[in-house]
Design a protein around this ligand. Structure first.
Ligand SMILES: NC(=O)c1ccc[n+]([C@@H]2O[C@H](COP(=O)([O-])OP(=O)(O)OC[C@H]3O[C@@H](n4cnc5c(N)ncnc54)[C@H](OP(=O)(O)O)[C@@H]3O)[C@@H](O)[C@H]2O)c1
Length: 246
């Protein structure tokens, strides 16, 4: 990895939720960060300003990760701004819950396009372009282990991400690049909270022995460990960050 001042990290889906907490944490840890998003620019711009006000360095970059050309441009922008890329955090993702029998083609296709193909698109660029000594962190979910009803399509996309993680970690042999996945449990963001009743949220918060929801900062801390000096020996693994739920 290059020296502390110039290590550059792309965080996909970093305008809100877990991704925003990761961008903020990595900036505090000395990375220059690329805040990727696909929709509204305003939250990404606000976060970039906050990071800069706190003495960090950040760039925003709009790109739908399911679009391979847009992903190529995202890496081009990062390389142009920072001279190269050292870290990729593949956080962007969506979740639509539905029993298999009631899942439409659109529900299936969109989750596969963003969660699986989006991760593949960025991994392919990273495999070719990450500087030696770099780090990649993908995003799975603890539901891959729990296997809850209605999570079928979503969890299947993330199970595929776990498989890609292990295989890419081997394909990058000789370049000192680690590839891992973080698999959060229920975490207090729009993705988890939207559409759930207070009662269901409280019940899911108690599924782990610490009896609370994860925070975006909890998950950012796990990512910071994997991309920081203390995570150097962890490779090809899935870290379930869920308070002990499974
Ligand atoms: N929250 C949980 O309980 C939980 C549990 C397990 C795993 N996870 C995983 O953790 C990751 C982050 O989830 P979250 O809870 O922070 O979600 P979130 O609050 O819904 O935020 C999602 C972020 O991804 C961006 N995004 C969505 N589609 C995108 C696309 N096609 N291209 C680029 N960016 C895109 C969104 O920005 P725009 O709207 O601008 O696109 C936003 O910044 C996901 O991979 C999710 O599956 C979350």
């Amino acid at each position: 990895m290059s020296d502390g001042n110039t290590r550059a990290a792309i965080v996909t889906g970093a305008s809100r939720g877990i991704g925003a907490a990761i961008a903020e944490r990595l900036a505090k840890d000395g990375f220059t960060v690329v805040i990727n998003y696909s929709g509204d620019a305003a939250p990404a711009d606000t976060l970039a300003r906050k990071i800069e006000d706190d003495g960090g360095r950040a760039l925003t970059a709009k790109a739908d990760v399911s679009d391979s050309e847009a992903v190529r441009r995202l890496f081009d922008a990062a390389a142009a701004a920072f001279g190269g890329v050292d870290v990729l955090v593949n956080n962007a993702g969506i979740m639509t819950l539905s029993p298999v029998a009631e899942s439409s083609d659109a529900v299936f296709d969109r989750q596969v396009a963003i969660n699986l193909k989006g991760t593949f698109n960025t991994l392919r660029e990273a495999a070719k372009r990450l500087r030696d000594g770099g780090r990649i962190v993908n995003f799975s979910t603890s539901v891959v282990g729990l296997k809850l009803e209605t999570y079928g399509v979503y969890a299947a996309t993330k199970a595929a991400v776990e498989t890609l993680t292990a295989i890419l970690s081997k394909e990058l042999r000789g370049r000192s690049i680690t590839v891992n996945a973080v698999a959060p449990g229920p975490t207090a963001t729009d993705l988890f909270l939207n559409g759930k009743s207070e009662e269901l949220i409280a019940r899911m918060a108690k599924m782990n022995p610490l009896e609370r929801l994860g925070t975006p900062e909890d998950i950012a801390a796990a990512v910071a460990f994997l991309v920081g000096p203390d995570g150097a020996w962890i490779n090809g693994q899935v870290l379930r960050a869920n308070g002990g739920m499974i």
